[in-house]
Design a protein around this ligand. Sequence first.
Ligand code: ATP
Ligand code: MG
Length: 415
Amino acid sequence: MRQTELFSKTRRDAPKDEISKNASLLIRAGFIHKEMAGVYSYLPLGLRTLNRVVAIVRTEMENLGGQEVLLSSLQNADLWGKTGRWSEEAVDIWFKAKLKNDSEVGLGFTHEEPLTNLLTEHRNSHKDFPFYIFQIQNKFRNEVRAKSGLIRGREFLMKDMYSFSRDESEHQKFYEKVKKSYLKIFKDIGLPDVFLTFASGGTFSKFSHEFQVVSMAGEDTIFVDKKKKIAVNTEVCSDEILKDLGLSKENLEEKRAIEVGNIFNLGTKFSEPLNLFYLDKNGNKKPVVMGSYGIGLGRLVGTVAEILADERGLVWPESIAPFQAHLLVLGADKKIKAKADKIYLEFLKKKIDVLYDDREVGAGEKFADSDLIGIPWRIVLSERTEIAGKLEVKERKTGKISHISLNQLFKKFNE
Ligand code: ATP
Ligand code: MG
């Protein structure tokens, strides 16, 4: 894409009311627009990165055997009444509204109820199980604190998966598989230091599990065992549980962290009240055993922005960068410009994602913007590089500069 065609512009300052580092940088670099506290729109650069995160997560969900659906955001109050989750005492983050006929509706903050309910029309024999369903969809939560940019939104993109098994042991097998695939997702995205964390489990199991990234911007406190790569949440950090998990207090460090994913044993908490039963081999009626598995997709974009940025701006891992290469042409020389145009077209032909800074602005501004946007590789064409007969390539992450020929450049991106 040509930068002269990109409608978003970089800016020196974030909005005055923006206190989070990730949102400030993402707004300044033109990735997102702030609508109000906790509500952000994605602009072309931001959407490219978000879509890459989505693609990594979707692939992994499909590898787990998940079938994708898209449930409605508008929710029927009666249905949620059946599990007791419509009341303000049970759930205080609903966005509720009324239809013209005065009946109540809510905007989905999660989707256990409607999914369980609709499945009663499709699955009722032991032969129908197990199966897994996921969606990638905006959730709405009237959060009290929304000061962490994309890390805590009032409207945000989530991947939620739900598993439906015949019994506890069948459920547990899948639950363990999800743990592994979550760790793979965070690794593929390029997040360092993700800890599998033990958190409180609710009625149906001792623990739930969270995936936490150590960061001062986090809203959670965890105790990490660096060697074992696991952690415990504050609420379960008792002597008894530590002993249970084979952890000892001396090896634990207290850290602030961001929860990027969360997996839950739901047992029959939803299947019983919503009537999702099956007939086993002997014709006995049994409730379905469920699990739920969330990942904050917008939160992941915010977390990567927050954690990997340096004093000059964003630093994207190659796996989720909006573009792989940022091609900069400096000066007004027509011949050099024509050569840069040709390189740009060659990139397009080779299907390498490139942002081409073809604007007529000074070198300083181009360099600063390139650092702010954070594309992994910066390629410079200028009078100086023409004389040297080599292009200048800078790695955003390390700042390392090298000089290579055109052939070497295309080879590098074709690998
Ligand atoms: P938190 O403890 O941060 O409030 P949660 O435990 O309520 O989150 P879940 O309901 O399990 O979260 O949602 C699944 C995932 O969605 C979370 O692990 C997180 O990554 C993401 N998420 C939750 N709330 C938000 C939010 N307000 N903004 C962005 N992402 C969120
Ligand atoms: Mg949580």
